[in-house]
Design a protein around this ligand. Structure first.
Ligand code: 8OZ
Length: 365
């Protein structure tokens, strides 16, 4: 217990000095431009939030195959790299730090979104329940195509190339999206992975893809500029696992070998509890993971300060609060009132609910 530590304390993340521990969580907003290219609207949004200890961008597909939603940005074309460069330059000019989140959705896609109308790929041909968000609205998920063993090096290469492109685009680091039921998470959990090759079966095998991707991305960036995000208790995107404590205990332990920038944990949500998951408390990870732990789930300032003081986490990321409060660290510092986020404008659209939340200085008192 160190009651002096709070969200406004600086944090040394490798050789990157964070001015505070109030992190902007990765947030899908579906507002990239034509060709899934970031543009001026996105620049304004990120620059407004440059006082975060660290910005983690929205999930960004590493390849056309990795796409699963309309208007999410990519990091695989020259235009996308150039678009992201506008964002990183502007955030740096404002004194901020920004990591890109590398993403492949796996089965959470639809032929309408895939190159040449192909089936989405996955560890096993298991259809998620629910619907994909296509350009023509929601459509039922399809049964994905199981990746052949010979295709796995190509998946690792997609992440390596994405990492190289992120470096070229001027980011400060990258986060590997291994959470929320997307491709890497589909490999980790036995509900979606029924493979019989070296990428399925035992947890050592199911974690192999994540570890190979992590190594490839570290080759590009160095370990201290690479984070990994996991959702050990998550049920989102029709996910389940028979032995989550073992699955994620092994995964957390295995990630120790890399000396990463951080491990980012999504904590159990109300929905996960309702779905009868087997939620794993965050302090399960603290003794087994030796590096920096970042946590996320509906924290407010008091709860976040409490977990930092207790020592169960080093950094806290905020989603909805950063959507609605571009100057969140300042508001925490002044104990100022918070703008309320409007869920109707979370996904898609333009300025409204994206770049028009007022700063404190614009708030009438
Ligand atoms: C909300 C809508 C679409 C995608 C995630 C990337 O859950 C997402 C996502 C969230 O990690």
């Amino acid at each position: 217990m160190n009651s002096e530590i709070n969200l406004l304390f600086p944090y040394q993340l490798g050789n990157l000095k964070l001015p505070n521990r109030t992190i902007m969580a990765p947030l899908t907003r579906n507002r990239a431009g034509e060709g899934n290219v970031p543009y001026q609207l996105n620049v304004t949004y990120y620059v407004q939030r440059a006082t975060a200890g660290l910005i983690i961008t929205e999930a960004t597909q590493v390849s056309p195959q990795g796409l699963g939603y309309p208007n999410t940005p990519g990091i695989h074309s020259p235009e996308q790299i150039a678009g992201w460069k506008l964002v990183t330059d502007a955030v740096h000019r404002e004194g901020g730090r920004i990591f890109l989140q590398l993403w492949h959705v796996g089965r959470i896609s639809h032929p309408d979104l895939q190159p040449e109308g192909a089936l989405p790929v996955a560890p096993s041909a298991i259809k998620p329940s629910g619907e994909a968000m296509t350009y023509e609205g929601m459509k039922p998920f399809v049964t994905p195509r199981a990746l052949d063993t010979s295709e796995i090096p190509g998946i690792v290469e997609q992440f390596r190339k994405g990492a190289e492109n992120a470096l070229e685009a001027g980011f400060d680091g990258v986060e590997i999206h291994s959470a929320n039921g997307y491709l890497i998470d589909q490999f980790l959990r036995d509900g979606t992975n029924q493979r019989t090759d070296k990428y399925g079966g035992s947890i050592e095998n199911r974690a192999r893809l994540l570890l190979e991707i992590t190594e490839a991305v570290i080759d590009v960036w160095g370990a201290k500029r690479v984070g990994v995000r996991l959702s050990p208790s998550g049920t989102y995107n029709d996910m389940h696992d028979s032995y989550p404590q073992e699955t994620f205990g092994y995964t957390g332990m295995a990630l120790n070998q890399f000396d990463l920038a951080y491990l980012h944990l999504l904590e159990p949500s109300e929905a996960d509890l309702r779905h009868g998951g087997n939620p794993i408390p965050t302090n399960y990870f603290r003794p087994m993971y030796q590096g920096t732990l970042m946590v996320n789930w509906d924290y407010d300032q008091a709860k976040a300060n409490a977990i930092l003081a207790k020592g169960d986490a080093d950094l806290v990321s905020f989603g909805k609060l950063f959507i609605a409060n571009p100057d969140l660290p300042k508001r925490f510092e002044l104990n100022a009132p918070l703008n309320q986020p409007d869920p109707a404008t979370f996904y898609g659209g333009t300025d409204k609910g994206y770049i028009d939340y007022p700063f404190l200085s614009q708030t009438k008192v």
